[in-house]
Write a protein that binds this ligand. Structure first.
Ligand code: PLP
Length: 415
């Protein structure tokens, strides 16, 4: 860890940061809210909430359509936000940043469009055993449609990818590899750089589901040399209904449109339509304008605090959380990879995860229970589900103490 990062972390003022998130002041069942479901969706700072209000009170109009003042201002803000996202990811071109409805929408876009262009009968697409259903089902649908096979990189008992087995899966009929940067259930940080380098030796493009990564780890798409990368706005303190597809220009330019409609065309006649250039070719219809603009606001907010400092602080929280949970009798952590981000899943011997979740809820503590949209992963571990604690930089060690006390109480009551 560099000295710069250590200094930045030491200067994070969590109490001040918490005041930026009004929802953290509310009570649940008369108790202060303790929010540990950040992997599902993160809370929003005032900057984003006010940004949405400002949009509707000052700017509301359609983008790329009107000659009038409001439409021009809205369009400027919409495109300025795209440039912020470009800078955040260090994409080479702003037109490599495409607005989508979210991670799921972006994966479906690529599965459909890339699949149509590049995947033929007998080809292979590779995913991993720890994927979210969003990064399984669209590829499954596409493979079925194209007559291709879906292969799965296996994992070990700690929840790490088996890289030797991965290398064995590579051959020249593999048309794409799609893996999570960070597992939403296990918190495993996958060795994405290594995956990309290996895949590129076979000229196979790599698609990263960064839904659980962008808010925790600084990402440079050019340095990674990743071909596609997607994430959701709502998990990085931005609005819902907005996500990003980053794709290399050369690939996106070869891909057919995913949806037809307004904004994505150059010329329409009843005989033939010609399509717009990137990024608009993949942005049919009126977008979620206030969300596109305020994803930029959320990214400004995160960038101002500094992702390296966030990463350092969340890592301290993760270590503390893991320590506290391991001290609880009958509790087993699922997902013990060497490299982890701020997610801890666990089960308590003899207790259903749902019951733990309900008891914690009564204490004002929000966690997620269930299969976390990773049913094949649950099958691998032979469990029905887990309790998942997912961290954000506004969480504190005091909240982790409350959580540990709550779980201990639940274990005593239920076993
Ligand atoms: N991929 C991962 C790893 C996720 O954690 C999630 C959501 O939890 C998704 C994909 C789907 O994201 P969204 O529902 O925002 O489209």
């Amino acid at each position: 860890m560099s000295t710069d990062v250590m200094v930045a972390s030491a200067t994070l003022d969590i109490e001040k940061i918490r005041k930026d998130f009004p929802i953290l002041e509310r009570k649940v069942y008369g108790k202060p809210l303790v929010y540990f479901d950040n992997g599902a969706t993160a809370q929003k700072p005032w900057a984003v909430i006010k940004g949405i209000e400002d949009y509707y009170t000052q700017l509301n109009s359609n983008v790329h359509r009107g000659v009038h003042h409001l439409s021009q201002q809205a369009t400027d803000a919409y495109e300025a936000s795209r440039r912020k996202i470009q800078a955040f990811l260090n994409a080479k071109h702003e037109h490599e940043v495409i607005y989508t409805k979210g991670t799921t929408d972006a994966i479906n876009l690529v599965a459909y469009s890339y699949g149509k262009q590049f995947v033929k009968a007998g080809d292979t697409v590779i995913i991993s055993a720890m994927e979210h259903h969003s990064n399984i089902v669209p590829w499954q649908i596409m493979c079925e449609d194209r007559g291709a096979q879906l292969k799965v990189i296996p994992i070990n008992d700690k929840g790490e990818l088996q890289m030797d087995a991965f290398a064995q899966l590579l051959h020249d009929r593999v048309k794409l590899i799609s893996v999570a940067y960070v597992s939403n259930t296990l918190g495993t940080i996958n060795p994405v750089k290594e995956i990309i380098e290996l895949a590129h030796q076979y000229k196979i493009p790599v698609f990263l589901d960064a839904a659980q990564a962008v808010q925790h780890i600084p990402i440079d798409v050019q340095e990674l040399d990743v071909d596609f990368l997607v994430f959701s706005g709502h998990k990085i303190y931005g609005p819902t209904g907005i996500g990003i597809l980053y794709g290399k220009e050369a690939l996106l330019n070869q891909m057919p449109p995913y949806q037809g409609g307004g904004s994505m065309i150059k010329q329409v006649t009843f005989e033939k339509t010609t399509y717009h250039d990137l990024p608009f070719r993949f942005e049919a219809g009126t977008p979620n304008i206030e969300a596109c603009i305020n994803l930029g606001t959320a990214i400004d907010y995160v960038t101002n605090i500094g992702l390296p400092a966030i990463q350092q602080y969340e890592h301290e929280l993760l270590e503390y959380l893991t320590e506290q949970l391991l001290a609880i009798d009958k509790l087993r952590i699922i997902g013990t990879a060497a490299e982890k981000s701020g997610v801890v899943s666990f089960i308590v011997e003899g207790v259903h995860p749902y019951d733990v979740g309900v008891l914690l809820d009564k204490l004002g503590i929000a966690v997620r229970t269930g299969h976390h949209c990773t049913q094949p992963l649950m099958e691998f571990f032979g469990i029905p589900g887990t309790v998942r604690v997912s961290l954000a930089f506004y969480n504190t060690k005091a909240e982790i103490d409350q959580l540990a006390a709550g779980i201990t109480r639940a274990v005593n009551m239920l076993t």
